[in-house]
Design a protein around this ligand. Structure first.
Ligand code: C5P
Length: 309
């Protein structure tokens, strides 16, 4: 078979993230905020594949995993709220926009096809769209034989979204600036968490618009040190998210979440990113199973048992 007819497809899993610490340092003149946040990738995965094609088109097929889609359609049919939102049109999909920009800047003349199967809830503070965009850049870089290094991809990634560069490095990191300046922390001891995405989501921009810049910001350093020492008790005790008050003011489901989280017997809990997802830190896998079971029986949203990856 002629080589130009053979289209190789590469597939990868794209993780979600949680923020163990998120502090706002300043409001900027460009509409963003200077942050210091410590993020950890976790084992809730979307899957993404990329095929380089010989035509000029960029195409995307993106859908919820079949089980989730069935749940979403049934909820719509019965008029009940669901944590699974409709997905955006291809041109609004961040992964599609990422490879469109890469194609333009690298002056690629051929095309590509992206396929994304979603499991990470949207509007949740879990970074699903950013993670997809980072994975799409990595695969398109390989599929189109561009040989851009990670720093070059990260510069493009930072123009797509503040969290996209973090996912290119793929490990726990302190993120500063808008979130695009990455200090990786290397391997950290495994964390066991239960994540819950309430029925309502929130837009990141709305939450940031409402947040307050604190007079004395809390440093990320104690959290980074606790992680490096493997002191999960100190990690759980030090969880911090400055955006929580703004999210709780905007969404009753965030305000209600605290009651539920106090009942399930975790060692600590916090909100991820701009919400509305929250996570509960657990001692080990079995403890997380128990906590996830209790959380499901409360019935306040989609519940995931996950680990740091
Ligand atoms: O960078 P990203 O597109 O993910 O950000 C979404 C919105 O969140 C921005 O338009 C901005 O309003 C807000 N944001 C912010 N400060 C940051 C990151 C995001 O104000 N560091």
């Amino acid at each position: 078979m002629k080589d130009q007819y053979v289209h190789h497809t590469e597939t990868i899993r794209t993780p979600a993230k949680i923020n163990l610490h998120l502090e706002i340092l300043a409001r900027r003149t460009d509409g963003y905020h200077d942050l210091e946040t410590l993020m950890v990738p976790i084992s809730i995965f979307d899957s993404l594949s990329f095929t380089a094609t010989s035509d000029e088109k960029l195409t995307l097929r993106c859908g919820w995993e079949p089980g989730i889609e069935a749940h979403r359609i049934a909820s719509q049919h019965w008029g009940v709220e669901s944590p699974w939102e409709p997905l955006p049109a291809p041109e609004q999909n961040l992964a599609w926009r990422a490879i469109a920009r890469l194609r333009e800047e690298a002056q690629v003349e051929t095309g590509g096809h992206l396929r994304i199967t979603k499991r990470i809830p949207a509007a949740a503070g879990l970074g699903g769209a950013s993670s997809n965009a980072a994975a799409a850049l990595v695969l398109a870089n390989r599929g189109w034989n561009l040989h851009w290094d990670t720093d070059r991809l990260a510069e493009l990634a930072s123009r797509l979204g503040s969290d996209v560069p973090f996912f290119l490095y793929g490990e726990a990191a302190i993120c500063r600036g808008r979130g695009e300046r990455i200090e990786t922390l290397g391997t950290i001891p495994r964390l066991h968490v239960v994540v819950v995405r309430p029925l309502q989501g929130l837009s990141t921009a709305d939450v940031f618009r409402r947040c307050r810049v604190p007079e004395s910001p809390q440093s990320c350093q104690p959290m980074a040190d606790a992680l490096r020492r493997g002191d999960n008790v100190a990690v759980a005790a030090g969880l911090h998210n400055r955006l929580h008050a703004a999210s709780a003011a905007l969404s009753p489901s965030v305000a209600r979440m605290v009651d539920a989280l106090q009942q399930v017997g975790g060692v600590g809990y916090s909100m991820s990113g701009s919400g509305t997802s929250h996570f509960v830190m657990c001692r080990n896998h079995r403890h997380a199973q128990t906590v996830a079971g209790r959380m499901r029986s409360i019935g306040i949203g989609a519940v995931f048992q996950a680990q740091s990856v």
